[in-house]
Design a protein around this ligand. Structure first.
Ligand SMILES: NC(=O)c1ccc[n+]([C@@H]2O[C@H](COP(=O)([O-])OP(=O)(O)OC[C@H]3O[C@@H](n4cnc5c(N)ncnc54)[C@H](OP(=O)(O)O)[C@@H]3O)[C@@H](O)[C@H]2O)c1
Length: 234
């Protein structure tokens, strides 16, 4: 099967391309680094020729509110139009568990806009909503740091390894479109404040985590269960 991975040079994308190629599929990494740009459209039509599925694992270079919204809206519109022109039968996009509960953040407003464009399009689709990647645990602590203290709420979090995300997205890309969303999550739940404390201790980082119900996750308030997948999670 020919599967084009838009963002195929990124953290998830490069792992996804590798796992699909190892299974004998023609997985094509498409990103500015390979001459394909979903914002300008450069290289898109050529890359999508004879593709059965397109997987979108792009991320915006800027997370500033207006920029990230413009990125996901423009990129998604361009991809869906190019897929319609090429007769692609499955659009798979990676999104985030709990997106609709995190809309205080411009990043999540942009991810919701991306999901809504996909749902409204004529292309059969599957939206894969993953929990936070273990690879981003350090950055969660960094973003909530004030001097030597890290202020975090006692919210629950069920992170996934990027390898597992790529493997799950690959299986879904090879299957039939669900025309809906699936949630994927890691094997274990942690309290966010405790997870970051474990991470700092493992790195011998002297910063101290302070549990603060008013503390922020990536700059926004979260309720105890906002980051958790639902009962139908994989
Ligand atoms: N972080 C989390 O915990 C988490 C959790 C769930 C879901 N997600 C979602 O997972 C997705 C992938 O994240 P990631 O960490 O793997 O991303 P990443 O490592 O930052 O990679 C981003 C990819 O997007 C590509 N890209 C940027 N601009 C592009 C453009 N104009 N046209 C085509 N490709 C472009 C980059 O290409 P170049 O290498 O050529 O620049 C790169 O391949 C994101 O949408 C994110 O929302 C993240």
């Amino acid at each position: 099967m020919k599967i084009v991975v838009i963002g195929g040079t990124g953290l998830i994308g490069s792992k996804l391309v590798k796992t699909l190629q190892e299974q004998g599929h023609e997985a094509v990494p498409a990103s500015p680094n390979t001459g394909v740009n979903s914002i300008t459209g450069v290289g898109l039509a050529d890359a999508l020729k004879d593709a059965s599925a397109v997987v979108d694992v792009t991320n915006s270079p800027s997370w500033e509110d207006a920029s990230v919204l413009k990125f996901f809206e423009t990129s998604t519109r361009n991809l869906l139009a190019a897929e319609a022109a090429s007769g692609v039968g499955h659009h798979v996009a990676l999104s985030v568990v709990g997106t609709e509960r995190l809309l205080e953040s411009g990043f999540f407003r942009a991810k919701l806009a991306q999901e809504n464009l996909i749902k409204a399009s004529s292309i059969p689709y599957t939206i894969v909503r993953a929990t936070q990647f273990f690879e981003f645990v350090k950055s969660i602590g960094d973003l909530s740091t004030n001097g030597h203290k890290v202020l975090l709420p006692p919210a629950l979090i069920q992170p996934m390894a990027a390898d597992d995300v790529a493997s799950a997205v690959g299986k879904i890309a090879l299957g039939a479109p669900l025309n809906g969303a699936v949630e994927i999550g890691g094997p274990e739940r942690f309290r966010l404040d405790e997870l970051i404390q474990l991470d700092l201790a493992a790195r011998q980082d002297p910063r101290e985590v302070i549990t603060d119900p008013q503390g922020r996750y990536y700059g926004i308030k979260v309720t105890e269960n906002a980051l958790l997948p639902g009962d139908a999670q994989r």
